[in-house]
Design a protein around this ligand. Structure first.
Ligand code: BEZ
Length: 222
């Protein structure tokens, strides 16, 4: 097995900057997306079945991301002509009731693998010539807030992609955390108190639903 040292951006890091050709023209990332959330994601290859279902689903749910002030940016190591032909072909398929799928977000042409290497999307022991399914969720200040990696064989869960953006935005707005399987409308989690005095205050907070000093929920009225 190949052993190498890789450098890849981590949660809390500024998203590495790059300029790239896409199906929507040249983009400067993340600069062009300042003030918006963005999801930079990779797929292994055009004209492959799992990726086809993912792009049809991205097309269907694009407006839901937009409603969350969130832009989508795809990437694979394929050429521009391949991207264009593949995206056109999606319109002819049907998957889970999705028909006539039109992809209206940029798909990066990364034949040189410059961007995919910059973001640690190439996992050589899985596949040295294609990206894995990586997802980087970047906030309006250009900071990486969540990273997911999936293997080529497993398509992503779009309910979770939307839920994590909602959870990040909710945590930022209300300065709270979100519990396992949190959904909008559920109680928040109060982050653990940082001092003994704060722990005592927390237990006396009538609005906090505490089971112990470190295990408190709170209903947030939006
Ligand atoms: C797919 O998208 O179907 C796929 C791509 C690469 C390897 C395996 C599956």
């Amino acid at each position: 097995m190949e052993q190498r040292v890789y450098s890849l951006p981590l949660i809390g890091d500024p998203a590495p900057s790059f300029k790239a050709v896409t199906t929507k023209g040249v983009i400067n990332y993340p600069e062009d997306y300042k003030g918006k959330w963005s999801i930079l994601f990779s797929h292994p290859a055009d004209f492959t079945p799992v990726c086809t279902t993912e792009f049809m689903t991205f097309a269907k749910r694009h407006q839901e991301f937009r409603d969350l002030n969130t832009e989508l940016v795809g990437l694979s190591v394929d050429a521009l002509q391949s991207h264009i032909q593949w995206l056109r072909s999606l319109e002819d398929f049907e998957y889970r009731g999705i028909k006539n799928a039109k992809v209206d977000f940029p798909l990066i042409v990364d034949i040189t693998m410059e961007v995919s290497r910059l973001y640690g999307m190439i996992h050589p022991n899985a596949d040295a010539t294609h990206a894995v399914r990586a997802v980087f969720i970047v906030d309006p200040k250009g900071i990486i807030r969540t990273i997911f990696y999936y293997p080529a064989s497993a398509g992503r869960n779009f309910d979770e992609l939307i839920r994590i953006v909602q959870a990040l935005q909710y945590s930022d707005k209300h300065k709270v955390a979100t519990p396992a399987d949190w959904q909008p409308g559920d109680d928040a989690i109060l982050p653990p108190p940082a001092t003994t005095a704060a722990a005592i205050d927390r237990m006396n907070d009538k609005e906090a639903k505490c089971q112990d000093w470190y295990f408190c929920f709170k209903e947030i009225k939006e």
